[in-house]
Design a protein around this ligand. Structure first.
Ligand SMILES: NC(=O)C1=CN([C@@H]2O[C@H](COP(=O)(O)OP(=O)(O)OC[C@H]3O[C@@H](n4cnc5c(N)ncnc54)[C@H](OP(=O)(O)O)[C@@H]3O)[C@@H](O)[C@H]2O)C=CC1
Ligand SMILES: CC(C)(CO)C(=O)C(=O)O
Length: 313
């Protein structure tokens, strides 16, 4: 199997690197110049509770990319989606499946418009990882799931083949599922709760819970579940029970990538995640004050960042 990974940031670097380490696929990274220089100099470096890895990896610049890939693992941030679509266009042919691991949902439609719905899989990752300033990909805890499937439902040979390629990879649980769109809504309910909570409070889940915020997080979880249900995706009771427990844990160090990006003064996926959720909530006719505050908070951060007025660390 030939796998092209767009981006060697936190997720592309982690899952692509683990696949390269396993040796079950021919893996190359489609990267921009600065990242390419680091990868060519240092190799790809992963630090993880499941074991560190440093390996030489194949890199390709957008100007050299051509067809012949079975899978394109798309791991950019949502604000880079248009550039990423342009970069992978020459790589996509009749055999290619595009597997995006972006948070949110609206990129699926955008990719379908760009490449045809048959080329596009649904996908999500449950992991906490970051690309450190020194270029190392750091996995922050034991979350290690990548889940994917056909957007129209069912299990195809191609998603089973991707699952098989990942099977020997350490520090990864790869699952092909027959209901990926429901899983992506689940992920949005999870992320919508943790991102709104951690970004509004500028704290991790344990700090919010110790500050008395467990009931707040639970109300948010219920509200996000109601949004998903109104769009035809009711949450499973087992899912709700798992996340009620998570959002009541006073010892939890769980923080979201959006909070990490804000703390680093970086760009965030405000409209793609919080904007999408607020629009979905409005369509469902549900009370909006917390979701509106979260999006406004994120937009105000973006304005402050653009004006170069973020606090200096
Ligand atoms: N980090 C996490 O723990 C989790 C993240 N997610 C989601 O996964 C997605 C990816 O996040 P994450 O991995 O953290 O993001 P990162 O910013 O760490 O990595 C994204 C990478 O994509 C690269 N990229 C963007 N556009 C292009 C392009 N046109 N050509 C080549 N490379 C490109 C960037 O390269 P460059 O360095 O050149 O800018 C960057 O290194 C997001 O939607 C996020 O919400 C989901 C679960 C957990
Ligand atoms: C919800 C979480 C932590 C799960 O992977 C995530 O997607 C993120 O931080 O962006």
């Amino acid at each position: 199997m030939r796998v092209l990974v767009l981006g060697a940031g936190a997720l592309g670097g982690y899952f692509g690197g683990r696949l390269a380490e396993a040796g079950t696929a021919e893996v190359a990274f489609l990267v921009r110049q600065a990242r390419q220089a680091v990868l060519e100099r240092d190799g790809l470096v992963i630090e993880s509770p499941f074991g560190a890895w440093r390996g030489p990896v194949a890199t390709i610049g957008a100007e050299r990319v051509g067809p012949g890939w079975d899978v394109i693992l798309l791991s950019c941030k949502a604000y880079d989606l248009d550039d990423a679509i342009a970069a992978i266009r020459p790589a996509v042919d009749g055999r290619t499946a595009i597997l995006p691991v972006l948070n949110g949902l609206s990129h699926i439609e955008r990719l379908g418009e760009a490449f045809g719905v048959d080329r596009v899989l649904g996908g999500l990752a449950k992991i906490q990882a970051t690309l450190a300033p020194d270029g190392m990909v750091r996995q922050l805890n034991d979350w290690r799931w990548i889940t994917f499937g056909e957007t129209g439902g069912g299990l195809s040979d191609r998603v089973r083949a991707i699952e098989a390629a990942f099977a020997p990879a350490r520090g990864v649980v790869a699952q092909a599922v027959p209901d990926i769109m429901a899983r992506m809504w689940e992920k949005l309910v999870h992320l919508g709760t943790s991102a709104i909570g951690t970004v509004l409070m500028r704290a991790n889940v344990g700090e919010i819970v110790r500050g008395g915020g467990s009931a707040f997080l639970h109300r948010l979880l219920e509200r996000n579940a109601a949004i998903a249900a109104a769009h035809g995706f009711p949450m499973r009771e087992a899912f709700m029970a798992e996340y009620r427990t998570l959002f009541a844990d006073p010892a939890s160090a769980y923080a979201t990538s959006m909070l990490r990006d804000i703390e680093a003064g970086g760009r965030i996926e405000a409209d793609h995640i919080l904007g999408f959720l607020l629009a979905a909530l409005r369509r469902a006719g549900l009370p909006e004050e917390v979701h509106e505050a979260a999006l406004l908070h994120a937009h105000a951060y973006e304005q402050r960042r653009a004006a170069d007025r973020l606090p200096r660390g």
